[in-house]
Design a protein around this ligand. Structure first.
Ligand code: SAM
Length: 285
């Protein structure tokens, strides 16, 4: 198996294929031999599991997934990487490399087609420019995946896992925690990649919840309330929640119905508080 964690041989491989990194696709390839096996293990890649990899790059993480999982499907947008992947991971019979944009894919159909009868996980060193759209595309579709293991910017991982009352807690934390139980597994320094990104990265493990932790009458409304509350995160709720298209009086009545003090700020609200606000929202004239 080709060693894809040795800087010199990776540069030689890329030069042989006339490949130049594309900023547009967020290409920072892992060259740290300790990181990919850990991601694969966090993703439960093993017999009985199908793993969807997003953005295999030159196949560094793909190798480790294909060594462990029953089946791997890897979706790569950049057509220039296909001949490289053919060379580096083409021999794995349990691997299907698919060219395409993950955001354009019918992911539920893809999982059904690739992993029918298998348990399922998603592992990815995500292109940073579209980290959150990809994560939401995966979570909102209620895929049958058990966990999502993703390399993201450390600062984004901290926001995803943040608890109420912390500086990092925001709409992203609420949304991720509504669907999953996130936990930062480990931090990865810029030196683990070529080219080296400007900031630290982190691997976050998001275990899919079988049921959301709170019951809401309307999910779209729940996310609207969260967004409105955090739209003015330094302001009191009695102010920020007027962004729901209501006046001060309607807002005060609503907060009272929900049992939430209007002097609080969004960053102190638990998922239960947001659910209470959602379930008592009504615009009475
Ligand atoms: N997995 C490789 C690694 O760890 O070395 C590469 C990670 S690199 C940060 C992100 C990869 O995602 C690149 O190969 C890039 O071309 C690919 N990519 C970017 N946008 C994508 C999209 N919308 N759909 C699928 N792949 C994408």
């Amino acid at each position: 198996m080709m060693d894809l964690t040795e800087k010199k041989s990776v540069h030689a491989l890329l030069a042989r294929h006339g490949f130049h990194f594309s900023k547009k696709f967020g290409q920072n390839f892992l060259i740290d031999d300790s990181v990919c096996p850990r991601i694969a293990e966090e993703g439960n890649a093993c017999a009985g599991y199908g793993v969807l990899e997003i953005g295999p790059g030159i196949g560094t993480l793909t190798q480790q997934l294909a060594l462990r999982a029953e089946k791997v499907a890897a979706v790569e947008i950049d057509t220039r990487l296909l001949p490289i992947l053919q060379e580096t991971v083409g021999k794995f019979e349990n691997l299907h490399v698919i060219q395409g944009d993950i955001l354009e894919y019918d992911i539920p159909a893809l999982l059904e087609q690739e992993f029918s009868g298998l348990r399922c996980a998603v592992c990815a060193n995500l292109p940073y420019y579209i980290t959150t759209p990809i994560i939401f595309a995966l979570l909102e579709k209620r895929l049958p995946m058990e966990r999502l293991v993703a390399m993201v910017q450390k600062e984004v991982a901290e926001r995803m896992a943040a608890k109420p009352g912390s500086r990092d807690y925001g709409a992203l934390s609420v949304a991720i925690q509504y669907y999953t139980e996130p936990e930062i597994a480990f931090i990865v320094p810029p030196t683990s990649f070529i080219p080296a990104p400007a900031v630290d990265s982190a691997v976050i493990v998001c275990k899919r919840r079988s049921e959301p932790p709170v019951k809401v009458c309307d999910e779209a409304l729940f996310f609207r309330v969260v967004k409105a509350a955090f739209s003015l995160r330094r302001k009191m709720l009695s102010n920020s929640l007027k962004n729901m298209g209501i006046n001060s009086e309607q807002c005060a009545q609503w907060l009272q119905r929900a049992g939430v003090d209007g002097k609080r700020r969004a960053e102190t609200l638990s998922l239960e508080d947001f659910a209470a606000l959602t379930n008592t929202f009504s615009v009475e004239k």
